[in-house]
Design a protein around this ligand. Structure first.
Ligand code: TNX
Length: 516
């Protein structure tokens, strides 16, 4: 029902060019280069086989994943076997040799010929990205969970593709409303479609603490016991969290855990009285105020607590980053904020992780390995520009462009609007490599689309806010700036509606997009 909200209908759209219906012209993110091979097609059949690089377990895993996707809708057996040689055999070939060097460690080459489909990359991550492109070259019904009628025809093509930015992320706030493991996995699968390679989990906030910390058990059992609106909340056991991390890894996605501090900590303060400067535990909060809580900077116990938390979460984290939050510390005075970060940032390094944080924190450090995540709404920010001058890489999440929790327009039933309304064109219309003055292309690590969940409760809600804007941010992070063109983009995006429908994704039918 939500998908019907939002105003205009297809009838108000200008007719779309017929050529755009061709899958090769509807890829999101658009590849670096994609040439049609006239007169050539490749049709999958009940005897199609998938061959993967002999001796490579990661390549085999990508082949098994592809087979899993295609078997559901085609009903074909699609056996997966070692590639007999580096010459593509009859069928779909996932090879770790022969790719153009420009593909780097995330890109791929995909050549669709009459006799074979050859996907080549230098890494399994590259093959995985290429598999997402391959899916988009098949009819939308390939995404269906049940067997459909073919034909399953791919257009003849030569594609060379690699990302503009190494880091393309999405954040899910599991603190304001708790989102169980299956919801997170479903979102991971949706993110993978658009070549997102980092999942940032906002694990703690005023309203909830969502992961077990063995040395401080009340964080989860008390701090996780409610959520915005007063519902029962929840938390991940360590095994559940490991399961999320492993599932993300199987989609070539790295989890970035966030423990927000020193502000946004009411759930922790409520769980342990000794963490409060006055020794009194406040009640749990289920409202959506921000900026009122702070860890007690002057107490030693604060740093024992923070070190235990960082150590236990770092142990669950194969990825390089630990996100310390650091935003909206309005209840921590600037000297205390500096003193807190002086103690805490080295703890992240001590446990082998690289610091990421909301951009405010970067004013407290000269460490050029620290990554500020820019969430401001303006195009100048001296703290972030100064960090870029020193050599820090910046992750771009401008709230008025990349925030998936902002309403599309005044009648959007979900979301907030403090950073403005974000219709699809607004989300598309910025250049991550030139958005903040003094933070140029080479200072940008990548982009992230955060989804705060004060108003977001169910998987349907997540999907309605993320689709179609998540693919927008994904394209800004992947595709060369030279391809940036709203009319081309919106037409390509419109072709994805039937794919989302087949996947059961409840998306916002923006009137700005000519939906197929
Ligand atoms: C600001 S953005 C916050 C979050 C809220 C969000 C709602 C940022 C670093 N902090 O605490 O959830 O706005 O849009």
């Amino acid at each position: 029902a939500l998908a019907l909200v939002g105003g205009a209908t297809i009838a108000t759209q200008a007719p779309r060019p017929a050529a755009a219906a061709e899958p090769l012209r509807s890829l999101v993110p658009v590849p670096v280069s994609a040439q049609a091979v006239a007169g050539v097609t490749h049709t999958l059949s009940a005897s199609t086989k998938i061959y993967t690089q002999a001796g490579s377990a990661p390549a085999r895993a990508v082949g098994d994943y592809l087979a899993g996707v295609l078997r559901r809708s085609t009903g074909f057996p699609l056996p997966v076997a070692d590639a007999p040689s580096q010459t593509p055999a009859d069928g779909i070939n996932l090879l770790l040799s022969g790719a153009d060097s420009r593909v780097g460690d995330q890109g791929y080459q995909l050549d669709v010929a009459a006799g074979s489909v050859a996907l080549r990359a230098r890494t399994a991550a590259g093959l995985f990205g290429g598999v997402q492109t391959l899916r988009q070259l098949l009819p939308a019904k390939v995404e269906s969970a049940t067997v459909q009628e073919g034909p399953w025809t791919l257009p003849g093509a030569n594609i060379l593709d690699y990302p503009r930015f190494a880091h393309r992320g999405a954040m899910l706030d599991v603190a304001r409303h708790f989102h169980p493991v299956d919801t997170v996995k479903r979102y991971i699968d949706q993110l993978a479609l658009y070549k997102i390679n980092y999942l940032h989990l906002h694990l703690t906030d005023d309203q909830g603490w969502r992961i077990v910390i063995d040395s401080w058990p009340r964080l989860a059992t008390h701090g996780g016991s409610t959520q915005v609106g007063g519902g029962p909340g929840g938390y991940y056991t360590k095994d559940q969290y490991r399961d999320i991390v492993a599932y993300a890894a199987s989609r070539h996605m790295t989890v970035v855990p966030e423990v927000d501090m020193p502000g946004h900590t009411n759930a922790a303060l409520s769980s342990y009285a000794e963490l409060n400067c006055n020794g009194v535990a406040p009640p749990l909060r289920t409202d959506i105020e921000v900026g009122y809580s702070s860890l007690c900077v002057g107490k030693e116990v604060t740093y024992r607590f923070v070190e235990d938390v960082i150590r236990e979460i770092a142990e669950l984290t194969p990825g390089p980053y630990f996100h310390i939050g650091g935003d909206e510390a309005h209840a921590t005075n600037p000297a205390d904020y500096q003193a807190f970060m002086n103690r805490v940032l080295p703890l992240v390094s001590k446990y082998g992780k690289r610091v990421m944080g909301w951009h405010e924190f970067v004013k407290t450090t000269t460490d050029t390995a620290a990554v500020p995540q820019y969430w401001g709404t303006t195009t100048s920010n001296e703290t972030v520009a100064a960090a870029a001058r020193r050599g820090n890489k910046v992750l771009m999440s401008p709230a008025n462009k990349a925030y998936l929790d902002m309403k599309y327009n005044a009648s959007t039933p979900l979301g907030l609007s403090w950073a403005g309304y974000i219709e699809v064109q607004t989300a598309y219309d910025w250049n991550p490599g030139a958005h903040v003055s003094g933070v140029g292309e080479s200072a940008v690590l990548g982009v992230e689309a955060p989804l705060w969940t004060e108003t977001i409760v169910t998987p349907d809600h997540i999907e309605f806010m993320a689709f179609p804007r998540l693919p927008v941010i994904a394209e800004l992070g992947w595709s060369p700036w030279s391809t940036h063109d709203w009319n081309s983009f919106r037409t390509r995006l419109g072709a994805h509606g039937p794919r989302w429908q087949a996947l059961g994704i409840d998306y916002y039918r923006s009137p700005q997009v000519p939906w197929d």
